[in-house]
Design a protein around this ligand. Sequence first.
Ligand code: PDD
Length: 276
Amino acid sequence: NNILYNDEIMVRDNVVEIEDRGYQFGDGVYEVIGVYDGEPLLMDEHMKRLERSAREIRLTLPTEVGQLKEKLQQLVQANGLEEGIIYLQVSRGVSPRWHEFPSKSTKAVTVAYTREEERETALEDNGGTAILAEDIRWLRCDIKTLNLLPNVLAKQNAVENNAIEAILHRGDTVTEASASNVFIVKDGELYTHPADNYILNGITRQKILQLCDELGLKVHEETYTVDDLLNADEVFISATKTDIAPILKVDDKTIGKGTPGNITQQLVKAFRTLYE
Ligand code: PDD
């Protein structure tokens, strides 16, 4: 099993430095990229978001993304990965622990590895349940940073309640979920939180918007309330590799008929054509 460590593809070993700022401060950015039949999906979009995240936290990527992309492809090949994900993170480097940025000579540290994951077709076809949780995150959720403690706590809460996700809300407004975006369907039209600082603009989300356009489905990138969510005809979440998962119940409230809805199923089908 190989990893990418800075510019080198090498055997997985203990590469964590105690004073890596990713480890100590969560000071870094990451991406999760889906791999289908040995091919990374939407790689360019993920690389573009990585560049943006890095820029927003004033981190200089040590490798140009075109080159990084090639390395990641080499890694997938070296590991013979067919189905799964690539995890990539770039931290602000290794330096004595002071909160402020380290000296300019400190180079960011890039690490990537792959993980085999079965396709979750059953989840896509049958759906799952979700819980509600207050969104207690900071106000730059648009940056894909390593700081995920609120997300971890929300997801754990979901799992302990036999749910697949925690849908987050700031007061009355639904934002997204602990590790995915949320869409609702009402009277044949879709609603999803706008891509501002309150959500991560998912690559899957963006692709779904494009698919809706192609399918002639109307999407409102507008905020909606917890009440709208609970009274929606359909609810689904979207994220890399999960792709689209119907949500049939939120807390104790059954959504629609309690089965995956028509529009959700249409989108699941359309999304599959991207890699099948
Ligand atoms: N999470 N919102 C949050 C908070 C996320 O963590 C994710 C993805 C998404 C969906 O983004 P995308 O469609 O680009 O995967 C939305 C990844 C998969 C993770 O942290 O494992």
